[in-house]
Design a protein around this ligand. Structure first.
Ligand code: DC
Length: 230
């Protein structure tokens, strides 16, 4: 089934605009969406609820493999459940993102989530958002994109998002947290954050989401991908 699904991967650091662009592309193409970061966040939440320490690699891998979780995207809304409970909001906390980044450095956790991620690929197609979508999870993707933005811009974007949710954090501490998380994601031994050799890199620092999409459209066309061909 995987062979017949078109796949577009979008990798990049936090705040690069991956989430917004991935959702917009999935809507445009009428394809499924995989927010792989949400799977790492689900595993982190499951581990936290079971009080598994960040040092217990095998218990973490077991939780990631066996967690009773669902992840869906429909009508512009992402919904995640853990043991039947809607945890969509809980996943978005900085605390959950931080723990997710820690457990994402573990080989066993990454292996446990690999098949879960690949199972999202179904015809007509999948937009896969993450850190290693183009390098490890879907190396044969039809189009690989890597979104970047300056660290200042990424911190400002995240700050704005949190403010809209009524969460008050200082830009400076947010900036430090993002820096630490990026360093951990980029320097870890297994599947570090990096652009695939055949990825198209787009710097979104000074671009609106619409402008980023406008740059992607010709790339989709060149890759033979479009809503009519899906
Ligand atoms: O994209 P995000 O902030 O929701 O991801 C949370 C953490 O999960 C991030 O710090 C790194 C990790 N992650 C990963 O290692 N590989 C992915 N494909 C997606 C996320």
């Amino acid at each position: 089934m995987r062979d017949t699904a078109h796949i577009v991967t979008i990798d990049g650091p936090s705040g690069s605009g991956k989430g917004t662009i991935s959702r917009a592309l999935a809507d445009l193409l009428g394809w499924r969406l995989l927010d792989s970061g949400a799977l790492y966040r689900l595993a982190a939440l499951a581990a936290e609820r079971e009080r598994i320490p960040a040092s217990d690699d095998s218990a973490l891998a077991q939780i990631a493999a066996g967690m009773n979780a669902t992840l869906e995207y429909a009508d512009g809304v992402e919904r995640a459940t853990l043991d039947g409970e809607d945890v969509s909001e809980a996943l978005r906390s900085e605390r959950c993102g931080e723990f997710a980044s820690r457990i994402a450095a573990k080989h066993g956790v990454r292996q446990a989530l690999l098949e879960r991620q690949r199972a999202f690929a179904r015809p007509p197609g999948l937009v896969a958002d993450g850190r290693d979508m183009g390098t490890v999870v879907f190396p044969a993707a039809h189009l690989k994109l890597f979104l970047t933005a300056s660290s200042e811009e990424r911190a400002v974007r995240r700050h704005k998002q949190l403010k809209q949710k009524g969460i008050d954090v200082s830009l400076r501490s947010l900036s430090e947290d993002i820096g630490q998380r990026d360093a951990r994601d980029a320097n870890r031994k297994f599947s570090p954050l990096r652009a695939a050799d055949d990825a198209r890199v787009i710097d979104s620092t000074r671009l609106s989401p619409e402008e980023v999409i406008a740059r992607i459209l010709p790339l989709l066309e060149a890759a033979g991908i479009g809503p009519n061909r899906a």
